[in-house]
Write a protein that binds this ligand. Structure first.
Ligand code: FE2
Length: 166
């Protein structure tokens, strides 16, 4: 295989389903936010997974969890109650339908999604990557903003990545 040959992976297959869902939204602003936040969080989760010493398969799972973490919030609206829990169930169905994930992988991803709203506590390592990826995307979308959600997590992330200190 040449260096630049495009390889289709599980991220691509999840992206196809997610893109279809986003394209069907009738609110353009919600669509824009969905693209930026879901894919941005997916990329941040992959980066954090690599930084914490994990391999590409693990980072792929983290990326997919990031891509899906707010799925019901975007699909059903920002006031969706318990969007982390409903999102985990929605993600499970979506991912199981692809037949490309083991039960263990589905559990990891969906546990991460279910836990992501609890930024105040520390859960398993994978769940913490999803929370941090979510927080990092909020920060990177507008780096000079002084007040944004989950600032305390971003202070720790900046330290971990050797970035500036305030
Ligand atoms: Fe989020």
């Amino acid at each position: 295989m040449g260096d630049f040959e495009r390889q289709y992976t599980r991220v691509d297959r999840v992206r196809a389903v997610l893109d279809k869902m986003i394209k069907e939204m009738d609110d353009q602003e919600r669509q824009r936010n969905a693209y930026v936040h879901l894919y941005g969080t997916g990329q941040a989760c992959a980066l954090i997974a690599f930084k914490r010493g994990h391999d590409g398969i693990y980072a792929e799972l983290a990326c997919i969890a990031g891509m899906l973490h707010d799925i019901t919030k975007f699909e059903l609206g920002p006031d969706t109650p318990e969007h982390a829990k409903t999102g985990a169930l929605r993600a499970w169905k979506l991912l199981a339908s692809t037949d490309e994930f083991t039960e263990e992988e589905l559990t990891m991803i969906c546990t991460g999604i279910a836990n992501h709203s609890h930024k105040e506590r520390t859960d398993d390592e994978f769940s913490e990557i999803i929370k941090d990826g979510d927080a990092m995307q909020h920060w990177l979308r507008n780096p000079a903003e002084a007040y944004f959600s989950e600032k305390s997590r971003n202070v720790l992330l900046r330290e971990e990545f050797g970035l500036f200190k305030e």
